[in-house]
Design a protein around this ligand. Structure first.
Ligand SMILES: Cc1cc2nc3c(=O)[nH]c(=O)nc-3n(C[C@H](O)[C@H](O)[C@H](O)COP(=O)(O)OP(=O)(O)OC[C@H]3O[C@@H](n4cnc5c(N)ncnc54)[C@H](O)[C@@H]3O)c2cc1C
Ligand SMILES: *[C@@H]1O[C@H](CO)[C@@H](O)[C@H](O)[C@H]1NC(C)=O
Ligand SMILES: *[C@@H]1O[C@H](CO)[C@@H](O)[C@H](O)[C@H]1NC(C)=O
Ligand SMILES: CC(=O)N[C@H]1CO[C@H](CO)[C@@H](O)[C@@H]1O
Length: 468
């Protein structure tokens, strides 16, 4: 008779966004059973909404003549003065991210069959390196959906939705599992090594945001409204880093059908880039192509129009030329009820003069009073009250939280005394230190895949070494 094998240890993952799914995929590949707990009714977290893509360099989709070795230095540059503290630690986290980026994209393409063949350049990048598919499916949805479908085919993968993890269990400084509650509210425990992939706290407007960034208390967000989970981890000794570093985007749509929703849809940067202008109280107020941070600062220096959520009423205005250049985006926003086709007369009495001034600058007749130098596809030269415009109301929104629990390059969660916490790993937006003061577009999906997979590999090793 063969000796009976002891029951296999199950790995616990908290959160079913891209970080959790990447870790789960790796564990299942190593034949380790996975229990994935997700508080929402539907899996996918904020990851499923990602629309720009995932960074990788050098990949086969970049031109072969391009020797893109600047991803590391671009990331360090974008992280800014945060690099002055914990410098060596941050450098290791960043070089692990960028060195593994080619493998991460290739894993999704070759092993999982996801189309990521189109490469774009986003702000702060020296070269195009943000990958998405050639079709209409946004990259976040394509990646999450494919990983989930593949995981569901495995008999050792077990996903439980509508189950919230409420506590991390610890015994003599070792994490041994979690406590959680599902729809019936009954507290249960599950034991095993734990990977935290519970996402950021951008949607925690009255909780962690209010605590670490009182100026952003009550802001709406592009993230689902939900409490941040870092306190569950500090309760077992985890160290936090960069909690006050938060990315705010100047333009989230205020939906006329539900203006006080805390959740906003992002108005893509391309609308301003292709020639759109912004009006505050009917007047232009700034160079629309300035940094996100600076545009936001000017808006939020004025009194908000609503305090719950805390928001402003800014109009994003496009003409027919801009519409043609960004048609697919705008048609989608009109379909969602977030923009409408109208006339300048609808924008109030002051708008016409501001738009005339903008049109003059675009036509090269006058210098723009706000210093804007590119008007891209704006074509309207003689605006009248009857001129056609495309308009949406926008407000600054919290978009991404750079800070979180500190991890090392093995995705181990670091204790306040700088050693790793045994039995606990972290990946994705719940962690901090990878982006410093400013995350590059496309690098958060990347961090989910890179650190999620590292965590999966590490836990598989841990389970293996505890078998004997
Ligand atoms: C609109 C939008 C567009 C974006 N576009 C891009 C892009 O193009 N490229 C890019 O790189 N980044 C983009 N980002 C950022 C990126 O999507 C996120 O940073 C990333 O997806 C975070 O992934 P995650 O797995 O860490 O967390 P999430 O995907 O947020 O998943 C975390 C999951 O954990 C669950 N959870 C939380 N707490 C608990 C608990 N206590 N118990 C159980 N479950 C819990 C949550 O319900 C959630 O499902 C975008 C973000 C938004 C909002
Ligand atoms: C990443 O690659 C560079 C260049 O090969 C190397 O110097 C660095 O040590 C690598 N970083 C990690 C964490 O492996
Ligand atoms: C943003 O504003 C700051 C402070 O006013 C200024 O120093 C900086 O140059 C601005 N950024 C850009 C890109 O112009
Ligand atoms: C459709 C269209 O006209 N697109 C133009 C918008 O403006 C950019 C930059 O000025 C041009 O490169 C595009 O061709």
């Amino acid at each position: 008779m063969p000796p009976s094998t002891p029951p296999q240890t199950t790995a616990i993952i908290v959160g079913s966004g891209l970080a959790g799914l990447s870790a789960a995929s790796q564990l299942v590949a190593h034949n380790v059973p996975v229990r994935l707990l997700e508080r929402a009714a539907k899996p996918g977290g904020n990851s499923i909404k990602a629309s720009s893509g995932i960074n990788g360099a050098p990949t086969k989709y970049q031109p072969p003549s391009l020797h893109d070795d600047a991803f590391y230095s671009d990331t360090v540059h974008s992280a800014g003065k945060a690099m002055l503290s914990s410098t060596t630690h941050r450098e290791k986290l960043i070089s692990t991210l960028t060195n593994s980026s080619k493998d991460a994209v290739e894993w999704l393409v070759e092993k999982k069959g996801i189309d990521l063949s189109v490469v774009a350049i986003l702000g702060g990048h020296t070269y195009p390196r943000t990958h998405r598919g050639a079709g209409q499916t946004p990259p976040g949805f394509a990646i999450v959906n494919t990983l989930l479908t593949s995981l569901k085919q495995s008999s050792i993968f077990h996903l439980q939705t509508s189950c919230t993890v409420t506590k991390v269990l610890q015994s003599e400084h070792r994490v041994t599992g979690v406590e959680y509650a599902c729809e019936d509210g009954k507290k249960e425990e599950v034991h095993g090594p734990v990977i935290f992939a519970a996402g950021g706290f951008g949607g925690d407007a009255e909780g962690l945001l209010a605590k670490y960034r009182p100026d952003l208390k009550g802001y709406p967000s592009t993230n689902d409204p939900r409490p941040g989970t870092q306190p569950l981890l500090t309760a077992v000794g985890a160290q936090l880093i960069d909690m006050e570093l938060v990315q705010v985007h100047p333009t989230g749509f205020v939906d006329p059908a539900n203006p006080s929703s805390p959740l906003k849809f992002l108005a893509a940067e391309v609308l301003r880039g292709e020639g759109g202008l912004l009006l505050l109280n009917g007047k232009r107020f700034f160079d629309e192509l300035e940094t996100r941070e600076n545009v936001t600062k000017v808006i939020t220096a004025t009194p908000p129009t609503s305090t719950s959520p805390k928001q402003w009423t800014v109009q994003l205005v496009l003409d027919e030329g801009v519409y043609k250049a960004a048609k697919s985006h705008i048609d989608f926003y009109i379909f969602k009820g977030l923009m409408k086709k109208t006339t300048i007369s609808e924008l109030g009495t002051e708008a016409l003069a501001s738009i005339q001034q903008y049109a003059d600058a675009a036509a090269g007749k006058e210098k723009d009073p706000f210093g804007r130098s590119s008007f891209a596809n704006w074509t309207l030269t003689s605006p009248t009250p009857d001129s056609t415009v495309y308009v949406g109301t926008v407000t600054p929104v919290v978009h991404f939280t750079m800070g979180g629990v500190l991890i090392n390059e093995k995705a181990e969660v670091i204790r306040q005394d700088d050693g790793p916490i045994e039995g606990l790993w972290g990946a994705g937006e719940v962690t901090g230190g990878v982006h410093g003061g400013n995350r590059l577009g496309g690098s958060s999906l990347l961090e989910c895949v890179v650190y999620g997979r590292i965590a999966g590999d590490q836990v598989a090793q841990y389970v293996d070494s505890h078998k004997k």
